[in-house]
Design a protein around this ligand. Structure first.
Ligand SMILES: Nc1nc2c(ncn2[C@@H]2O[C@H](COP(=O)(O)OP(=O)(O)OP(=O)(O)O)[C@@H](O)[C@H]2O)c(=O)[nH]1
Ligand SMILES: [Mg+2]
Length: 344
């Protein structure tokens, strides 16, 4: 059996021990003081057996080092025998003093190989993640961690909830007459739900009243800031299933009003939307009074999700999406009557 010694390196609190635990299931912080203070003081150890692509068994031994600058001697003692180092950089902090120091130590001791791991990817958005990646690329250029020979892998060590687990949860939903609810029931027909006012879902999930919440409106932009994790994006799920956009809403008008009045109302609505799109800044300033806890930038994104060119014209795929969604809802028994939609 082949043995490989893998070590961690990186700044304090950047997630080295959490990474080793996610990989092996073993908490390498074994000292009582380490557990109490939540930092690594002395070297920790873990192991994992894996089959190599060739079928050969590999025994991976892990050495987890402390990131605290005061314990750099312990770190140094662990680095000597490493075949491969996991250079850990937290996405929310990027390169810090001990990232540099540990990197220099690994270079001085000629660690042959490494992988740069961007941890805590769940804490930042994609733009920040790519900035951190660029900073790392610059930092490691020409070294044994140069991206030409060693990958940069973003991860999150947070426990993720699987979709099957979600199907067994009781989920707070904003109402049973919402597209979000319809999509959720199509995804998981047997899922249990409780109706909660839409703006109470995030606080109640945070308070532990519900296992999960179905989030609509601006909650879609703010849930991460509130400290929640996404399990499923129903818009993406629907798009993967059908290749169509998920229709979130529309204006309906009574057929019996007659073609003339329907045409008048439609024109008035379209003109009004077109005006708002053409005068985005003042329209947004007006909308800000209803913006609840959104700042201007988020409100701008939020409005863009609901008022865009599709608001003027669904387009052929938008129309197909509306019909398909309602039809699937009827066939699944979620909508009691079969809807017949005409598009004006
Ligand atoms: N959100 C998030 N938090 C994480 C992740 N990985 C680790 N953490 C948290 O970050 C904190 C520090 O994690 P550790 O694994 O103890 O960090 P460390 O690099 O081992 O710290 P030292 O050993 O003291 O240098 C803990 O509170 C972890 O729960 C992650 O992927 N996402
Ligand atoms: Mg640690």
């Amino acid at each position: 059996m082949k043995s490989i010694i893998i070590g961690t390196a990186g700044h304090i609190d950047h997630g080295k021990t959490a990474l080793v635990k996610a990989l092996t299931g073993i908490d390498a912080d074994r000292l009582e003081e380490e557990k109490r203070r939540g930092i690594t003081i002395d070297l920790g150890f873990a192991h994992l057996e894996l089959a190599a692509p060739s079928g050969e068994k590999l025994r991976l031994g892990f050495i987890d080092v402390p990131g605290h600058e005061r314990f750099v001697r312990n770190m140094l003692a662990g680095v000597g025998g490493m075949d491969l180092v996991l250079m850990v950089v937290a996405a929310d902090e990027s390169i810090k003093p001990q990232t540099r120091e540990h990197f220099e130590i690994c270079r001085l001791l000629s660690i042959p190989r490494g992988i740069t791991v961007i941890t805590k990817a769940d804490l930042v958005d994609e733009d920040t993640l790519s900035v951190v990646r660029m900073e790392i690329e610059d930092f490691v250029r020409g070294s044994f961690l140069d991206v030409g020979r060693s990958p940069i892998v973003p991860i999150s060590a947070l426990k993720s909830t699987g979709l099957d687990e979600l199907k067994r949860m009781k989920v707070a939903v904003p109402g049973t007459m919402t597209t979000a609810y319809l999509a959720l029931k199509l995804f998981a027909p047997k899922i249990e739900t409780t109706v909660v006012p839409f703006d109470q879902i995030i606080p109640e999930v945070l308070a532990g009243k519900h296992e999960a919440g179905l989030i609509i409106h601006e909650g879609q932009l703010t849930y991460e800031r509130s400290g929640l994790n996404r399990i499923l994006d129903l818009g993406k799920w629907w798009h993967e299933l059908t290749g169509l956009p998920l229709p979130l809403g529309g204006n309906a008008i009574r057929r019996e009003l007659g073609p003339e009045l329907i045409a008048q109302v439609t024109t008035a609505l379209r003109d009004s939307i077109q005006y708002a799109l053409d005068h985005r800044e003042s329209a947004l300033a007006y909308a800000m009074q209803f913006a609840r806890d959104l700042d201007t930038q988020m409100a701008d994104r939020f409005v863009g999700m609901y008022v865009n060119d599709r608001t003027l014209d669904y387009g052929a795929d938008g129309r197909e999406a509306v019909s398909r969604l309602l039809d699937m809802g009827y066939k699944a028994g979620i909508i009691p009557h079969q809807p017949h939609v005409d598009f004006v």
